[in-house]
Write a protein that binds this ligand. Structure first.
Ligand code: NAP
Length: 442
């Protein structure tokens, strides 16, 4: 891959890049089908991604007509790489076997290994015969919505597509690698003022939060809405916080340390709850809710901003879901995209129906939503929340840290980029948002 790196760094033309041979194998972070049962009976927190994620060479797959080969300059750790590595809630080899039954090209995805990773920034190396909108040399970021757009169900809202999958999680050939195979309809322009690693951390989390709060498919936040954000300095929470601030809402941000509260203050957040200091115990034991603790959270929110939340941005799942459904105001909306602490939710339906609340399920974002979210990053209106950067060989350590909630914001990963700080082509915009780019940096 060195030849591609040299070409990209020397500003080679599209024709020059197109003539470089694609290597037969490439370096990638992957899980192994043979190991998918290795954690049977082990509690989630004791499953160690450092044992199940491998960094090594894998063969380069053929390119389908609607795909591109991408030289990956940088990528990021998402929580879904933790899920892949602990084979929860299910092993991802099942979804890939089902994908392989869909078409002649899809067969490639069913292999003894899976290259993981659902974010990337990089340079297009080759385009398939059916690709019209991108060419070799284009600098891009990748969103992870993998759909076959020849299927009628993929239109209107492609997240509703029958064959919708998350690239690098439910498909093979993901972004934690030096080379990636992506559909042309996953590409977006790289924000020019960002480094490769800053450009790589946004697409998955930023687009998810955009759909949950801003797009017409989520909670449709409006000016003045009070929004309770769990994990407000985590991957999706840190973008959600920016959307609420930008959109004229009133964020009430929950975090678990004073360091994280300090980051929120830098971002301009006024109402902050430190859940560790508060010591909420929403469950008395594994099966019994404590409604008194829900009330205590509700009172804490009212003490801070005088009102109940119009919207709750929910993703911790089992541990917080009952409380979220309780504290949201009459007629308000809980929007959820995940269940980090457990996916079997329980809540008191009396508070839900008597107070005419709404629950909205949300998942990633369609191409349009991802594009709109990327545009806001490109204009310097929403900012990457990258705290640290790891080289690809240390991805396994980064995944361990995310699994144990030892991080803030996003962790970037350098693939082909030899060092941090490269790839900026709009230094003027960068200078304008320098403070915002440092919010999360350790
Ligand atoms: P993250 O970076 O680990 O941040 C999550 C934050 O949630 C943590 O930093 C933590 O913040 C808070 N949290 C964790 N467990 C909690 C609990 N039991 N109670 C209260 N707060 C808790 O992860 P992320 O990238 O934001 O992703 C969050 C979840 O959303 C993951 O399950 C991920 O798989 C999912 N997700 C889904 C989609 C989708 O498209 N459906 C997209 C992105 C992410 P504090 O400790 O500071 O409170």
């Amino acid at each position: 891959m060195q030849q591609f790196l040299d070409a990209i760094q020397s500003g080679a033309s599209a024709a020059e890049i197109e003539h470089l041979p694609i290597p037969e194998e490439y370096r990638a972070v992957h899980v192994l089908k043979a190991e998918q049962d290795m954690w049977k009976g082990v509690p989630s927190k004791e499953k160690d991604p450092r044992q199940s994620l491998h960094v090594g060479m894998v063969p380069t797959p053929e390119l389908a007509p609607d795909e591109v080969y991408l030289a990956v300059m940088a990528s990021s750790i998402n929580f879904n790489t933790v899920w892949s590595s602990i084979f929860e809630p299910v092993s991802t080899f099942g979804p890939m076997a089902r994908l392989a039954r869909e078409s002649e090209w899809a067969v490639r995805h069913d292999r003894p290994y899976q290259v993981v990773g659902s974010d990337a920034s990089g340079v297009v190396l080759r385009v398939g015969t059916a690709v019209r909108t991108w060419k070799p040399g284009d600098r891009v970021t990748v969103h992870c919505n993998h759909v076959d757009d020849q299927d009628q169900s993929a239109h209107n809202d492609s997240m509703m597509a029958a064959n919708q999958r998350i690239w690098g999680y439910e498909t093979n050939f993901g972004g934690l690698a030096d080379l990636a195979v992506v559909k042309a309809n996953q590409l977006m322009p790289k924000p020019a003022h960002l480094t490769w690693e800053e450009a790589a951390v946004n697409a998955l989390c930023n687009s998810t939060s955009y759909r949950m709060l801003v797009g017409r498919n989520g909670a449709q936040m409006k000016q003045g809405d009070v929004v309770l954000i769990w994990g407000a300095t985590g991957g999706i929470g840190a973008y959600a916080t920016q959307y609420v601030l930008n959109g004229g809402g009133i964020p009430v941000c929950v975090v678990s340390s004073s360091d994280k509260a300090d980051i929120l203050r830098k971002m301009g957040v006024e109402h902050i709850i430190d859940r560790s200091a508060a010591g909420y115990q929403f469950w008395k034991d594994a099966h019994t809710h404590d409604e008194g603790e829900w009330r205590r959270l509700g009172k804490d929110i009212r003490d801070l901003c005088g009102e109940d939340p119009d919207i709750v941005f929910e993703h911790p799942g089992r541990s917080t879901f009952g409380a979220s459904m309780y504290v949201v105001k009459r007629g308000g909306t809980v929007v959820t995209c995940a269940a980090t602490s457990g996916f079997m939710m329980e809540f008191d339906n009396r508070h839900f129906w008597m107070r005419l609340k709404r629950l909205v399920g949300s998942h990633f974002a369609n191409y349009k939503e991802a594009w709109e979210a990327n545009r806001l990053i490109s204009k310097g209106m929403v900012h990457p929340v990258m705290s640290r950067v790891f080289p690809l060989v240390d991805t396994v350590e980064a995944a361990y840290e995310v699994h144990h909630n030892m991080h803030e914001g996003k962790i970037g990963v350098l693939a082909l980029a030899p060092e941090e700080g490269l790839g900026v082509t709009d230094p003027d915009l960068r200078a304008k948002v320098a403070d915002q780019l440092s919010w999360f940096r350790r």
